[in-house]
Design a protein. Structure first.
Length: 224
């Protein structure tokens, strides 16, 4: 059975793989198409495959989603039998997926793959969830100097390639550490960036702008 974050357990058979894996281990991530069984409301898998090194964009489609999978060992004794009851073990599916994508890869391949994803694939609206994940994944590998250093190199890359959209989304979420600034306090971004993303502003952002040097100029178009 395959545990999913939204559909419970899905049955999959080795024949659902186009290329049969030699072995399948607990915590491996499998990409598949789900099909609803005709005789009940449960799902089965088809077109299954193990995630590979080219699957970073597929893994990153989980960004900003609370996708946890319950990998509790149900073979352990349950309440009321000898031994202690199993505790629910929830794992972060995105962490598992990216770990699998880069399993056995050296630090240069990891960094270059992330750089390529940032430069060519990442939706700028997702910049903060992306940075938060890189930070979390690096901390997850704090005992591996190559992977632990990824956050530093990626945030330097982002700082060198700031677009108006990236700057705006970082400013809106006050995620200034991702561009090398302290988290405390606020930073005045250019007036033209605020005007470009005017429709994305809410009451909190308008209150922040009132303390900026261009507050009076910014209010003029809003009142016309």
């Amino acid at each position: 059975m395959l545990e999913t974050p939204s559909d419970g357990s899905i049955f999959f058979h080795i024949n659902s793989f186009g290329v049969h894996p030699i072995e399948i281990f607990k915590k491996q991530v499998i990409a598949l198409n789900k099909i609803k069984n005709r005789d009940n409301q449960h799902y089965s898998a088809k077109n299954s495959r193990l995630l590979e090194s080219f699957d970073l964009p597929l893994a990153m489609s989980l960004l900003d989603k609370p996708y946890l999978v319950n990998l509790t060992d149900t073979s352990r004794p349950k309440q009321g039998t000898s031994g202690t009851p199993p505790r629910d073990q929830h794992d972060d599916l995105l962490l598992l997926a990216v770990d699998q994508v880069f399993r056995g890869k050296d630090a240069n391949i990891v960094e270059n793959t992330f750089r390529d994803y940032f430069m060519n694939t990442l939706d700028e609206n997702q910049i903060v969830p992306f940075c938060e994940f890189v930070e979390r994944w690096s901390a997850h590998h704090r005992n591996d100097s190559g992977r632990a250093g990824l956050s530093h190199s990626m945030f330097s890359l982002i700082g060198d390639n700031l677009t108006p959209a990236i700057l705006f989304h970082i400013w809106k979420r006050k995620a200034f550490r991702f561009i090398g600034k302290a988290e405390s306090g606020d930073y005045e971004i250019p007036l033209e960036v605020v005007q470009q993303f005017f429709s994305h502003l809410g009451p909190e952002e308008f209150n922040r702008i009132r303390s900026y040097s261009y507050a009076a100029a910014f209010e003029t178009p809003a009142n016309t």
